[in-house]
Design a protein around this ligand. Structure first.
Ligand SMILES: [Zn+2]
Length: 520
């Protein structure tokens, strides 16, 4: 067995080296992206044709060079300098690089290497990721440094360490919380990710973190939410909430704890997710006084919502999530195994998931989406996060699904793009560098051949289905180029590379993706 293994490794290493060269180009002393229609992240409507001039990785000029349907006057265009690079993108659409506010780089359970995850993200236009805890702050900070130097193909990374991660003892006093937070900042992390704790611990951690100027995210898990919900977090200085837990609890009027069945056990994943699907119905009704009051206070506190709608979508439509067409080519065997119903794997709660559970979750979504859309309408910040690697949601693809779900919640496509770009940059404290296409900012872009406002599906790596005038079925779209720090990545090549890797893994393991419970 050994010689065979060695042979495979050598092949992979050589293959990825060659491939890496054909996948990226740049940065250039001057890069001119010609003839695009610009969809900016600031809520502005599309405009074009535009030429965008970049020097190394800084945007230097954004020039309107004509009118739709009229030949461009070449004399009016920015001039290429010697050594410069022209990228002809006539007829294409250019957007700021996408920001995934909830991107776990991949854990041991998923068996996903960072390289696999990064390529899937980059292939879907994601140039910035906030990691809300992962394999540990040292691993994340090492990847962050390599990405910043562009030594690896990866989005820029913001590291939010899991609260208490690396501590020798469980954090049980406010003093321990403060000292952990200081230590985390010293290490160079960008923030913390909390899962809830006793009120005095939350207060101390958030206060210390705020004093240090760092940001924070919290998944308000059920074990602590009865004493500390989203509103208490926001008042104490939390800057963003993840998912939705803790929000219905802040909206309770006729109860103080969720209506748990008396045989509920939090460690039973079906209990956990099935009961969560009934939670929004236990909260104050949309547009009621209490609902309004909570929303307005959160907005006044400049609090960010990162709903990650997509990661729960299997709860309302399991078949859609597990039959997604990208699984066959892009999902690793280890990831597929991790998704299967299990009493152990997190999020694999399909012990017996049927009509009742899906219908409850559909209602849950309606109430949740109503809150998020109105939050946006009243001036609240909503960002785009995916939380992929669980519950049949695949890196990159799931981010595009999140955009579609924001559309379902009631966002205008331009509001969605702003959520995916400028809002994320603001929530990270990075809007002076990224989030819109503006002179002086970093050259992070998504370029796609089709208009994504008309159909967000063109952003999926597998493209959108279209019937031509000649009655031929084709795929259109898929991101053409992802540009990060002025480096041009061929998004389709990145996907090809992932496809090759997945095929190799399947060959090694003689593995075939089968639906749950089906035996060949
Ligand atoms: Zn997460």
């Amino acid at each position: 067995m050994k010689p065979f293994l060695l042979f495979v490794i050598t092949l992979c290493a050589a293959g990825s080296l060659i491939a890496q060269d054909s996948m990226s180009e740049g940065p250039f002393p001057q890069l001119i992206i010609r003839g695009v229609t610009l969809i900016n992240g600031n809520g502005a409507p599309p405009t074009g044709p535009v030429d965008i001039v970049v020097e190394n990785n800084i945007i230097k000029r954004i020039s309107t060079v004509g009118y739709p349907g009229v030949a461009i006057d070449e004399a009016r265009r920015p001039k290429l300098m010697p050594g410069g690079k022209e990228l002809n993108c006539e007829g294409m659409y250019l957007l700021p690089g996408f920001i995934d506010m909830h991107g776990h780089i991949g854990g041991r359970a998923q068996g996903a290497d960072s390289d696999y995850v990064f390529k899937l993200w980059m292939a879907h236009g994601i140039t910035t990721v906030r990691e809300p805890s992962g394999r540990g702050v040292d691993v994340t900070l090492d990847l962050k440094k390599k990405s910043a130097k562009n030594e690896i193909i990866a989005p820029r990374i913001f590291a939010y360490t899991g609260f208490g991660q690396g501590s020798k003892e469980p954090i049980s006093t406010p003093e321990m919380a403060r000292s952990w937070v200081r230590n985390n900042a010293q290490k160079g992390a960008d923030g913390i990710k909390l899962f809830g704790a006793a009120p005095e611990i939350m207060t101390a951690a958030l206060d210390e973190n705020k004093k240090l100027g760092l940001r924070s995210a919290c998944h308000h898990a059920q074990m602590d939410v009865a004493r500390w919900n989203v509103l208490q977090s926001a008042r104490a200085g939390l800057t963003s909430m993840e998912h939705w837990y803790g929000l219905p609890e802040a909206l309770f009027e006729d109860r103080t704890v969720q209506n748990y069945p008396l045989d509920y056990n939090y460690n039973n994943e079906q209990h956990r997710f099935e009961e969560a699907g009934k939670l929004w119905q236990q909260a104050a009704a949309p547009y009621s006084d209490h609902w309004n009051k909570v929303m307005d206070e959160l907005i006044a506190l400049d609090f960010t919502m990162d709903p990650t709608f997509n990661i729960y979508e299997a709860s309302r439509d399991l078949q859609r999530a597990r039959r997604a067409e990208w699984h066959e080519d892009y999902t690793l065997p280890s990831l597929w195994k991790f998704y299967q119903p299990s009493k152990i794997s997190h999020g694999s709660y399909w012990h017996y998931w049927g009509t009742e559970q899906e219908v409850a979750w559909k209602k849950n979504y309606t109430l949740w989406m109503t809150f998020i859309n109105e939050y946006k309408n009243r001036g609240g910040r909503v960002t785009t996060g995916s939380d992929s690697g669980f519950i049949f949601q695949l890196y990159g693809f799931a981010y595009i699904r999140e955009l579609e779900l924001l559309r379902e919640a009631g966002f205008h496509p331009l509001e969605i793009i702003r959520s995916a770009t400028l809002n994320g940059a603001e929530a990270l404290g990075m809007s002076h560098k990224i989030g819109t296409v503006a002179v002086g900012k970093l050259a992070d872009f998504v370029v796609v051949a089709e208009n994504p406002l008309k159909n967000l599906k063109v952003l999926y790596g597998t493209g959108a289905i279209k019937l031509t005038e000649e009655n031929e079925v084709v795929r259109v779209g898929g991101v053409t180029y992802t540009i990060k720090d002025g480096i041009i990545y061929d998004a389709k090549e990145l996907l090809q590379d992932v496809k090759r890797l997945v095929a190799e893994k399947k060959l090694q393991e003689n593995y075939k993706i089968l639906q749950p419970g089906i035996k060949e």
